[in-house]
Design a binder for this molecule. Structure first.
Ligand code: HEM
Length: 436
């Protein structure tokens, strides 16, 4: 008798569960219209199980799903479908050709106000904040005191490396120094030498004077504070991480380091001084080294999540207003249809084949996207020109002042560690020999 009750209970439960799952699946299908394909979501948890292992999975799983489902896919986390795009033509169609529609950000999960550039919804607050940052950076490239700050920070780094190098006797670990240098530069640009509240208020006043906003609105102190912290966070880590990847490649490939050194020597002659900002324009191979670093090791593998301002259609699929749109740019720079032998570090590729444009390579992807380490379109990183300047200036001087050698032959462990940005799993250690 008990067994009969048990079987009845089990069969009712199975019928009930089957119905629940069936209803959920048909509702998802109905709601999703013609969403891009993807793995079937489970009730309530969607595709969350795919990402149960680690942060690394978040970076790698969409890659393997694209191989199965195509260049545009949908995953479900909670109530919002997440669209993932890993194709350069679709990225161009979305970010450049339909820039205004794809320039939004998703609403914050915790309902917080989105009043910094990175998270601000596409609209007037974002426009005001971004114009202020851009104006400040434009200003910074012309202002002598910023140039002077760059020189002081670099001199400090070179001095420190010289002391630590002890003529190649001990390996030096550089990432902390790179980080500190980039941070100091941005702090200087934000605050000068005064971190007081008073200074922030003064800046608010200056911003009032130079306000470029359409609305003619003044920034609040909170907004200025937000801008400064965004400037420091956005600018420090990515640039320092990339600087380390580039130096690691120069250590691993001594012939590239030598070629770069010879280019710098041609410009500097016998002058044993620091390479100046103006000298950088005469160094196309240096530019190619930096571009190759950005292609091979973009610090961010995904753009920040985008959203659309209205339902849109991409590649015949619906991109819904209530979803997020994620672009996997790491894969675009490694596409073997565009880049021959994409995993190798070869700055020469920027002077040959389809990429003859060399120095004129368009990193903004406005005509065509071949890589997009800074994004593309309206949300492109506003700090890209500053980051390129910092990278060129630092790499040129690090190579001009020191010869960099691996601790064991030419062996440098290039394994990646995927956190918010993609770092070296084993931070670069190098023997460095002062050249003069
Ligand atoms: C090598 C260095 C850097 C890399 C690789 C980088 C990369 C990126 C990427 C991929 C985005 C997302 C674009 C998108 O969502 O479409 C971004 C956004 C942003 N970056 Fe950078 N960045 C770098 C340096 C900087 C610097 C130096 C600053 C500030 C001075 C900065 C400030 C920002 C800001 C404010 C945003 C948000 C833009 C918006 O939402 O409108 N970044 N960056």
């Amino acid at each position: 008798m008990e067994a009969a009750w048990f079987f009845l209970f089990i069969s009712i439960s199975i019928t009930f569960l089957t119905k629940l799952i069936f209803n959920f699946l048909s509702q998802t299908r109905k709601k999703s219209g013609n969403l891009p394909p993807g793995p079937q979501p489970l009730p309530i948890i969607g595709n969350l199980l795919l990402f149960r292992k680690s942060f690394n999975d978040l970076q790698r799983i969409p890659h393997s799903l694209h191989a199965k489902f195509g260049p545009i896919i949908t995953l479900h986390f909670g109530s919002r479908p997440a669209i993932f795009i890993a194709d350069r033509f679709l990225a161009h169609q979305a970010l450049v050709q339909n820039g205004a529609i794809f320039a939004d950000r998703p609403p914050a999960l915790d309902g917080r106000e989105q009043v910094v550039i990175t998270t601000a919804l596409y609209g007037s607050t974002w426009r005001v904040l971004r114009r202020n940052l851009t104006a400040e950076m434009l200003h910074s490239s012309r202002v002598k005191s910023y140039s002077h700050a760059r020189k002081l920070v670099l001199e400090r780094l070179l001095r420190l490396l010289k002391v630590q190098s002890n003529s190649g006797v001990h390996p030096v670990e550089v990432i902390k120094h790179f980080h500190f240098s980039m941070f100091s530069l941005l702090v200087f640009m934000c605050f000068g030498d005064n971190l007081e509240e008073k200074k922030i208020k003064e800046m608010a006043h200056v911003e009032r004077e130079m306000m470029l906003s359409e609305e003619n609105r003044n920034l609040t102190i909170e907004e200025i504070r937000g801008l400064c912290s965004e400037f420091l966070n956005g600018g420090t880590d990515n640039t320092a991480t990339l600087l380390q990847w580039i130096m690691a490649n120069l250590v691993k490939n001594p012939h590239i380091q030598e070629k770069l050194y010879m280019e710098i020597k041609r410009v500097m002659g016998d002058v044993k001084e620091m390479v100046k900002e103006d000298d950088l324009q005469k160094m196309p191979y240096l530019k190619a080294v930096i571009l190759e670093g950005l292609r091979r090791h973009p610090p961010l593998r995904f753009l920040l999540p985008h959203a659309v301002t209205e339902d849109a259609v991409l590649n015949g699929y619906l991109v819904p207003r209530n979803g997020t749109v994620n672009f996997i740019m790491g894969d675009i720079g490694l596409d073997e249809k565009v880049w021959e032998d994409p995993l190798s570090f070869k700055p020469e590729r920027f002077f040959s084949g389809d990429n003859k444009d060399g120095e004129g390579f368009d990193i903004t992807g406005s005509k065509e996207i071949k890589m997009m380490p800074f994004g593309a379109g309206r949300r492109i990183c506003p700090g890209y020109a500053l980051a390129m300047l910092h990278l060129e200036y630092f790499v040129a001087n690090l190579v001009w002042n020191f010869e960099w050698k691996a601790v064991n032959g030419d062996e440098v462990n290039m394994e990646e560690k995927h956190e918010f940005s993609v770092r070296m799993k084993y931070p670069l250690q190098a023997l460095i020999f002062p050249r003069f």
